[in-house]
Ligand binder design. Structure first.
Ligand SMILES: O=C(CO)[C@H](O)[C@H](O)COP(=O)(O)O
Length: 232
């Protein structure tokens, strides 16, 4: 469930700005989505110019793009820590809590983004909101569909199975699972909801990223604004 809107120029500014934080020798987490793709392309150009990095992809899509632009890719299963992760988001609130998973890649994204010493989020201004209020993507084991649906309703959510656009039936994630988009209205307490969602049996991962983002690069009409988790 993608966020509508957002200019590609603003996304490109954010992605290219974030790519500049990467330095020689870094292991870089490569996010998924149209904004992260701009960062991956910028890193590819830097690799052409001699930057020595290894990328860890968060999806088939980001792995394929990284290979296409010449970034050496290593498997997520072969790294213990990551220097910098650059990833997009569907919403960013005032406290830098995120909703992710518009591309159904949030399970691997959370592993990569959490393992990074520095997690840089790249967005255009349409993603900024005082409070999170989009449906929260929840990746689930296929056989747990009914029980997880009931548990999400018990938490006050309205779950909808995500369906594919160019295939009949549900979206199947890169991990072979399904996605329920759970609408909780305005999420008053993201951290508490994140904990509740994580404890539902059958939930593989949910798209609330709380306390993970170190900085958010917001691309605009004529530049990039950087928001940090601990402003001075
Ligand atoms: O979480 C994601 C994929 O699972 C994406 O980062 C998120 O959907 C933002 O994508 P875009 O930059 O295309 O708006």
């Amino acid at each position: 469930m993608k966020t509508p809107g957002g200019s590609d120029a603003a996304k490109r500014r954010a992605g290219e700005h974030a790519a500049e934080v990467v330095t020689d020798g870094d292991v870089v987490g490569l996010g998924t989505g149209s904004t992260a793709a701009h960062a991956i392309r910028a890193l590819g150009r830097a690799v052409d110019d001699g930057l020595d990095v290894r990328g860890v992809a968060t999806s088939y899509a980001s792995r394929d793009l990284a290979r296409e632009v010449g970034i050496p890719v290593v498997g997520l299963d072969s790294v213990e820590r990551i220097d910098v992760a650059i990833d997009g988001a569907d919403q960013v609130d005032d406290g830098l809590a995120l909703i992710k998973g518009g591309g159904a890649a949030h399970a691997r994204e959370k592993v990569v983004d959490s393992a990074a010493d520095r997690f840089v989020v790249v967005v255009d201004p349409s993603k900024e909101t005082p409070e999170l209020d989009r449906p929260v993507p929840v990746e689930i084991l296929p056989d747990a569909r009914a029980t997880v649906r009931r548990a999400l309703r018990d938490l006050g959510g309205t779950p909808t199975l995500r369906t594919a656009e160019r295939k009949d039936g549900p979206v199947v994630t890169d991990n072979g699972n399904l996605v329920l988009d759970a609408d909780f209205g305005t999420v008053a307490e993201p951290r508490a909801l994140a904990t509740d969602l994580a404890t539902i049996p059958g939930v593989v991962e949910h798209g609330l990223f709380v306390g993970l983002a170190d900085e958010v690069h917001v691309g605009g009409a004529d530049g990039v604004r950087v928001r940090t988790a601990n402003p001075e």
